[in-house]
Design a protein around this ligand. Structure first.
Ligand code: PMP
Ligand code: GLN
Length: 409
């Protein structure tokens, strides 16, 4: 047979799917793949089910139903004081993933360079490659994940077509500062390129952190694509309803890609998401407050067990530095001889021995990945988080040397 496209033929199954399958097989508590344990607002599910029974189930308009496009536009004005025309500057997609695919297919020509910031979300690289783009990476490093001006500036060239920014960022849980965003904006304007902003966690930011959409910065409205996801904001990741906001010429080209990728998304879910975006501010406050409580519960529990917990400013992910734990948990010789990275070996041991799953951070790097960090997802019930902590406690206690080292501190 002739070879298939190597971008997909040679791709592995995503780390999220791999870890979830392992968690199920080993009956482990799954703090790996990012999905809330509890479904989002009951009233939205009720609206969706009524719409299936009482409203049309035929193709809705290609750009999305009017109610949802208006709700996205009002949401932009309510939270960010920005005006986008619901008739030609908003597009509804089947999740942020489709929005990212449409945008890259629409903007990138073969040979264009796209700046990607590592650690990066799993679909970015294959989608850039499949669109014919050439990735140029800029790496952020724990524990501060600061964006270096020199590194970013050095990534630009006359071939740069776009920067792909994830803010708040998965997996680093970083919220970009105003200064960092201004730097990205300045370089994007100087180099005349687009910025694709994956802002699916825009409503999950903690303490005094504030989400600033890059599209709101001076000179950026005409060159930024803002992507959101109802899956995150309303804790219904299976719904796969996303939205794109961009200036009308850009939006029009992205919608031409959308019309040949999915054309449209289930109308009943669109009705429910429209209602969701109109929920009062109270809903949005409690979303981030609840997530913050979960973050704090997991962070303090992990710290007590001897994990070094990284700062978590937004999203529902918490990273830990496991360097000190590694030699206690994975056999030194095995570490050298095995093919898989040390963080993955650690996670394999955690799943099979402790019954708790997480994701190795090395999976979010293109190459030369650090192997000393793992990502836990904390959008789970208090009961589940406590159960996971108890399993980890028992597991680490069984590694006596480690337990001794922690308790004698
Ligand atoms: N971007 C990021 C950073 C994500 O974490 C996710 C997670 N699911 C997505 C995009 C995809 O969103 P959706 O499920 O709406 O396609
Ligand atoms: N965004 C989720 C995560 O980072 C996973 C989404 C998926 O499995 N495709 O864990």
């Amino acid at each position: 047979m002739k070879p298939m496209n190597p971008v997909f033929a040679e791709a592995k199954t995503t780390i999220f799917e791999q870890i979830t399958r392992l968690a199920i097989a080993h009956d482990a508590i799954n703090l790996g793949q990012g999905f809330p344990e509890e479904d989002g607002p009951y009233e939205l599910r009720e609206i969706a089910s009524k719409a299936i029974l009482k409203a049309s189930n035929q193709y809705p308009p290609m750009l999305g139903i009017k109610e949802l496009r208006s709700a996205v536009s009002e949401h932009m004005s309510r939270f960010y004081d920005l005006n986008f025309d619901p008739d030609c500057e908003v597009l509804v997609t089947s999740g942020a993933t489709e929005a990212l695919a449409d945008t890259l297919l629409a903007l990138i020509e073969p040979g264009d360079e796209v700046i990607l910031i590592e650690p990066l979300y799993d679909c970015y690289l294959p989608l850039v490659f499949r669109a014919g783009g050439i990735p140029k990476r800029v790496r952020l490093s724990p524990p501060n994940w600061q964006l270096s001006e020199n590194d970013l500036a050095a990534a630009f060239s006359e071939n740069t077509k776009a920067v792909l920014l994830n803010n708040p960022m998965n997996p680093s849980a970083k919220v970009f500062t105003k200064q960092e965003l201004e730097l990205i904006a300045k370089l994007a304007i100087e180099n005349d390129c687009y910025v694709i902003c994956d802002e699916v966690y825009e409503h999950i930011v903690f303490e005094d952190k504030k989400h600033i959409p890059l599209i709101s910065l001076k000179g950026m409205a005409d060159r930024t694509v803002k992507i959101g996801s109802a899956g995150k904001t309303f804790s219904m990741t299976g719904w796969k309803i996303g939205y794109v906001v961009a200036e009308k010429n850009i939006l029009s080209t992205i919608s031409k890609a959308h019309q040949f990728v999915t054309f449209t998304s289930p109308p009943a879910l669109q009705h429910a998401v429209a209602a969701g975006l109109s929920l009062p501010d109270k809903f949005y406050h409690s979303l981030s407050e609840d997530m913050q409580c979960k973050r704090d519960l997991l962070a303090s529990g992990l710290q007590k067990l001897g994990f070094i917990v990284d700062v978590c400013e937004g999203s529902y992910f918490l990273n830990c530095d496991i360097e000190q734990l590694l030699p206690h948990v994975i056999e030194k010789n095995a570490a050298r001889s095995e093919q898989s990275s040390q963080d993955l070996q650690f996670i394999m041991a955690m799943i099979t021995q402790a019954g708790v799953a997480a994701v190795p951070l090395s999976a979010f790097y293109i190459s030369n990945a650090p192997q000393t960090h793992i990502r836990f997802c904390f959008c789970k019930s208090e009961e589940t988080l406590n159960a996971a902590l108890e399993r980890l406690r028992q597991w680490l206690t069984s590694h006596t040397q480690w337990a001794h080292a922690v308790h004698s501190q």
